[in-house]
Design a protein around this ligand. Structure first.
Ligand code: COI
Length: 355
């Protein structure tokens, strides 16, 4: 049985941003999806309403202990005006995995897909079509019980908001510079590193801030125990092309399982490019660099898509990769992935869902 989503349309329409000046996550569309949870009713009252502020008591648990989860996915408008979502089921599956880790009740995946489709379709005119732009979709859940005890909340709110975006990094498809973090850590196995929860991002800010002051866009996290093995970058998974083989750190209980990461591994395998998911030490990466075998590096993520890495700062040394330029594999992956996402290329893996 499909649950009915109640719809209240906004009486006014906001002005759409100029696509040339689109930043990531600054502007929001006219509507949002909202649904509440209580222990007695389960998830109830799914509704699409005008986008706007919500009112919460200062004692709402959301403000205190960080029991929150979120997702990020994108919608695209094709040349013939169809609206496409990219692998939304993977995001919703992951949302439920994050829910499980944060003691938040599971959510009906079919209902969320339906909510995404209806919301995106109502705000379809907001989907930008210029190269490198898309409509970023942010589903998230906050605990809404009024209580200061440390316990799973008995009430939650699930919301989906939409934001027309340009590239996440100001560099776009041009290489970013990344600082290899050797003081702070992001996550350890058994912690919340594999969940998409606010705390992981809050704890990354200090290192990020220090890296930015030194002229780097983001940090590359090493494992939380030995600070020896490569894990991920602040908002992306990472890949390295070493002597013809593309290597990405194996999922180990503290790395986020990116939907883009998974898609890139599929594409590389499909092309017959050797690709392996394995433990990779920073020492081995540095050795490969010194021996001239580190051919390319790039990050992958929904927000960042494919972001070539032109430089790693490691142990007070600048490791300049591929002369600081975008490599062939990064470019081909970017073109193919965005081609499939925007409907310009054949969707050979059945990844795209029509709204
Ligand atoms: C995404 O790529 O969608 C993310 O969630 C990264 C981010 C925190 C902007």
């Amino acid at each position: 049985m499909t649950t009915k989503i109640d719809i209240t349309l906004s009486e006014t329409k906001k002005e759409k941003p100029n696509v040339d000046q689109l930043e990531f996550g600054r502007v929001f569309t006219d509507h949002m999806f909202v649904m509440d949870y209580s222990a007695t009713k389960g998830w109830y009252d799914p509704r699409i309403v005008p986008y706007g502020p919500i009112s919460l008591s200062p004692s709402t648990m959301a403000f205190h202990y960080g029991q929150t989860v979120f997702e990020g996915l994108k919608a695209y408008r094709t040349k013939d005006d169809k609206v496409l979502l990219f692998r939304p089921n993977k995001n919703i599956e992951r949302l439920n995995l994050s829910n499980d880790r944060l003691c938040i009740p599971q959510i009906d995946e079919e209902l969320v897909i339906e909510a995404l489709k209806q919301l995106v379709s109502i705000d379809k005119e907001w989907i930008p079509t210029a190269e490198g732009t898309s409509l970023y979709i942010r589903p998230f859940i906050i605990p809404t019980e009024y209580y200061l005890g440390v316990a799973p909340s008995k009430h939650y709110r699930f919301m989906i908001i939409l934001s027309p975006v340009g590239s996440y990094y100001k560099e776009g498809i041009h290489p970013v510079k990344i600082f290899v973090e050797n003081e702070y850590v992001r996550a350890v196995a058994g912690g919340t590193g594999t969940a998409k929860t606010g705390g992981n991002y809050a704890s990354s800010l200090k290192a990020q801030d220090e890296a930015e002051k030194r002229g780097y866009s983001q940090v590359l996290w090493l494992d939380g125990l030995e600070k020896k093995y490569v894990e991920e970058v602040g908002s992306m998974n990472v890949f390295f092309k070493i002597n013809g083989e593309v290597v990405t750190p194996a999922l180990n209980g503290s790395i986020l399982e990116g939907v883009t990461r998974n898609s890139i591994i599929h594409l590389l395998k499909h092309w017959g490019v050797p690709v392996s998911e394995r433990r990779l030490s920073m020492e081995d990466l540095y050795k490969a660099y010194k021996e001239g075998q580190l051919e390319e590096a790039f990050g992958t993520g929904t927000a960042a898509v494919i972001s070539p890495i032109g430089e790693l700062f490691y142990n007070e040394e600048r490791m300049v990769i591929n002369n600081g330029e975008t490599g062939d594999i990064s470019m081909k992956l970017y073109d193919t992935l965005t081609g499939i996402q925007t409907g310009a290329l054949e969707d050979i893996f059945n990844w795209v869902v029509n709204v």
